[in-house]
Design a protein around this ligand. Structure first.
Ligand code: DQA
Length: 145
């Protein structure tokens, strides 16, 4: 049976393609999901993509991953910079964790420079546009494959 990767996107990322396209580009979350899904299959993995604007929902997804996923790719959106609860949930998860930011958060406002999630992440990608999701997935394929 194929191993599963959870692709978890946090608040406002449902608006990808419409929201601040000069920062986040014109691809939609659906475009990203379709490309990642295709890549996952070629690497022998199963992708489950999910998105929520609510912190508790994201925590529930991470809890589900404890039983269902060998790896998580997560873009927690603004919760990156505020959520100890998401960090705690990730600390209760044993698989691989890759943190993705579409924009280079370090080039932006200082409040975006700190990530709670990075303390648990096996790798962090920021500023690679939506390609960051696929790069994280390639790394997971090589680690799990
Ligand atoms: C983001 C960066 C965050 O600072 C911001 O709040 C987001 C998206 C990114 O993908 O670049 O919502 O995580």
């Amino acid at each position: 049976m194929s191993q599963t990767v959870f692709l978890i996107n946090g608040p406002n990322l449902n608006l990808l393609g419409q929201r601040e396209p000069e920062v986040y580009g014109s691809d939609t979350l659906e475009d990203v999901t379709v490309r990642c899904d295709r890549l996952a299959r070629t690497g022998g993995l199963d992708l489950k993509a999910m998105q929520s604007n609510h912190e508790g929902d994201l925590i529930d997804m991470i809890h589900r991953a404890r039983d269902e996923a060998a790896a998580i790719i997560i873009n927690p959106g603004a919760f990156t910079h505020t959520s100890v609860a998401i960090l705690d949930a990730l600390n209760a998860y044993d698989g691989l964790v890759f943190e993705v930011h579409i924009s280079n958060v370090h080039k932006r406002e200082s409040f975006r420079h700190h990530s709670y999630v990075s303390a648990r992440a096996d790798g962090v990608l920021a500023g690679f546009g939506v390609e960051g999701y696929e790069l994280a997935l390639r790394r997971i394929i090589s680690l799990l494959g």
